[in-house]
Design a protein around this ligand. Structure first.
Ligand SMILES: Nc1nc2c(ncn2[C@@H]2O[C@H](COP(=O)(O)OP(=O)(O)OP(=O)(O)O)[C@@H](O)[C@H]2O)c(=O)[nH]1
Ligand SMILES: [Mg+2]
Length: 347
């Protein structure tokens, strides 16, 4: 899954991206992309039990995007927006640090006005997409097909919200409607997480506020995190202690993204491989099987499910079986966070 790091100029997007250094780095066209392993202490515990040849983490892909500059010409803005067209969530970086040598994004000295400015840009862009498509449909010189009639009605509805400056992620839509709209690449439809780039002093404040303008928030200090990422493991912990940082930002950020997007983790285990997988909350056993391999979904017969905490408590699969703690379920059974799955299939 891809997450784009976005924001106004010089707010610390690249600093945040660099701080996610545990990931493997690659360039994709003109964008920097980083694949970050999602740290999960349960995976380490399972690896201890199975002693597998391979341990595979879930991953998130982060993209560092060019800044959204309200002053930039339209063409350049569209190019910037295209940098996050494949993203499934946006991390909005807002600047709250003092640094006199770095100018604030025009007129936006406080994070709230930066958020408003950013939302405005998203909304104008989405409005433009809406209007273009509505215009094309209304001027089609033929009878519209059923899905186009649906589209026209939906776009008119969304346009009303946008004109009232409501981002589309605040509009109630069904899963199916969302899917049908995905091709439009509306940026305000994506889930947002705010990353507030504070000064070192700001970090020490107790984290009582966990949201910012209705969006979940993670606080970090770009300058500090970038240094942190360059240290050895040992140096890192004393450095973090000195600054009162409990965890590197990458871990806090991934956790918040998972929670906000309703993502859960399930595992597969064997002597060969212990593997963490990501699915949406309420995914069925069949959908989970499909994550592992399309053949497993195609030839799905049943799945056996163990609970992570049972396995850790009893210490082995064999003992769980003796206690009747391995459940056999059908394809519609919802998978829960921490489930360990064994799929029986036949193709
Ligand atoms: N003092 C201080 N300076 C910071 C902090 N975070 C970033 N900076 C500085 O602010 C400047 C911009 O940071 P970047 O991370 O490049 O910001 P950006 O959003 O990627 O900038 P553009 O991509 O150019 O829009 C750099 O000179 C950083 O060193 C911070 O937490 N504290
Ligand atoms: Mg940058």
């Amino acid at each position: 899954m891809r997450v784009a790091i976005v924001g106004l100029p010089s707010v610390g997007k690249t600093s945040l991206f660099d701080a996610l250094s545990l990931g493997e780095h690659k360039s994709q066209g003109s964008y920097q992309v980083k694949v970050v392993k999602v740290q999960d202490p349960r995976l380490e515990k399972l690896a201890k039990l199975y002693n597998p040849k391979k341990v595979v983490h879930s991953t998130l892909e982060f993209v560092d995007t060019p800044s959204i500059d309200p002053k930039a010409p339209q063409k350049e803005k569209i190019r910037t927006f295209s940098a996050f067209s494949k993203a499934e969530a946006l991390v909005l970086v807002l600047r709250a640090f003092e640094n006199f040598s770095v100018p604030f994004p025009e007129g936006c000295f406080d994070p709230k006005s930066q958020l408003d400015r950013l939302l405005e840009e998203f909304i104008f862009r989405d409005l433009e997409i809406c209007e273009n498509r509505i215009h094309r449909l209304q001027n089609a010189k033929r009878k519209l097909e059923a899905h186009e009639v649906w589209e026209l009605e939906m776009l008119e509805r969304l346009k009303n919200y946008l004109e009232d400056m409501v981002p589309l992620n605040k509009v109630e839509l069904t899963e199916e409607e969302r899917k049908k709209l995905s091709g439009f690449n509306f940026c305000s439809l994506l889930p947002f997480v705010v990353a507030l780039n504070t000064s070192e002093q700001g970090l020490k404040l107790e984290e009582s506020v966990e949201t910012f303008g209705d969006y979940p928030m993670v606080k970090f200090c770009g300058a500090l995190e970038r240094d942190l990422a360059e240290l050895s493991e040992k140096e890192r912990s004393s450095f973090m202690e000195a600054y009162g940082v409990k965890e590197p930002v990458v871990q806090r950020l991934t956790r918040v993204i998972y929670r906000h997007m309703g993502l859960i983790t399930f595992f597969t285990v064997s002597e060969k491989e212990v593997h963490a997988w990501t699915v949406e909350e309420n995914a069925s056993a069949l959908e989970a099987a499909g994550k592992i391999h399309s053949d497993m979904a195609r030839g799905f017969i049943k799945a056996e499910i163990m609970k992570f905490k049972d396995l850790v408590e009893y210490g082995s699969e064999r003992i769980l079986r003796e206690h009747g703690l391995v459940r056999v379920v059908g394809k519609d059974h919802p998978v829960e966070d921490g489930d360990i799955l064994k799929v029986r299939f036949n193709v």
